[in-house]
Design a binder for this molecule. Structure first.
Ligand SMILES: [Zn+2]
Length: 163
């Protein structure tokens, strides 16, 4: 059965709708663009490009936040969740804000000025992003995307850390 999911990424104001087949196992599923309502940051792009950029930017933010946690032991703690499993998470107030600036470059901001943050290697973040984009297949206007969209377009995202 075809299912339509509405998704509002927290990295921009776009509203994305994608279609997927409930009978296909999760790891083989293709997410097909159904519709998009574009935010001001992505309004200048054709629908299919805005869809891919908004998706990729959100994954990029999530992966970068995860790698910053991996690279900065002083920012994290291990807690036991309700299921009795140990999970690693940011200590309260130690997670940086990962935002996109007007040129859609990543702007990492500390919630507390006294916390030192070391950024992970960009190639590491990039390879995880490529993996995440190829694990989740996207089909937009009949074209299947199985690599990072921005790099296919010859673009790259710079990451800057506010001191
Ligand atoms: Zn957007």
């Amino acid at each position: 059965m075809k299912n339509i999911t509405t998704w509002r990424p927290d990295t921009c104001g776009c509203v994305l709708q994608y279609e997927w087949d409930t009978e296909v196992p999760a790891e083989e599923r293709t997410h097909t663009m159904h519709s998009i309502s574009k935010c001001p940051a992505h309004a200048h792009l054709p629908d299919h490009e805005a869809f891919m950029e908004a998706t990729e930017e959100n994954k990029h933010k999530n992966i970068l936040k995860d790698e910053i946690m991996n690279h900065n032991p002083h920012l994290r703690e291990t807690v036991v969740n309700e299921q009795g499993e140990e999970v690693v998470q940011y200590k309260k107030g130690h997670d940086p804000d990962v935002l996109f600036d007007s040129e859609r470059n990543i702007d990492v901001r500390k919630k507390r000025k006294d916390l030192e943050i070391i950024l992970p290697d960009e190639s590491l973040v990039q390879s995880r992003l490529e993996q995440a984009m190829s694990d989740m297949k996207y089909k937009v206007d009949g074209v299947q995307y199985d690599a990072t969209f921005k790099s296919q377009k010859g673009k790259s995202t710079r990451i800057k850390l506010q001191k």
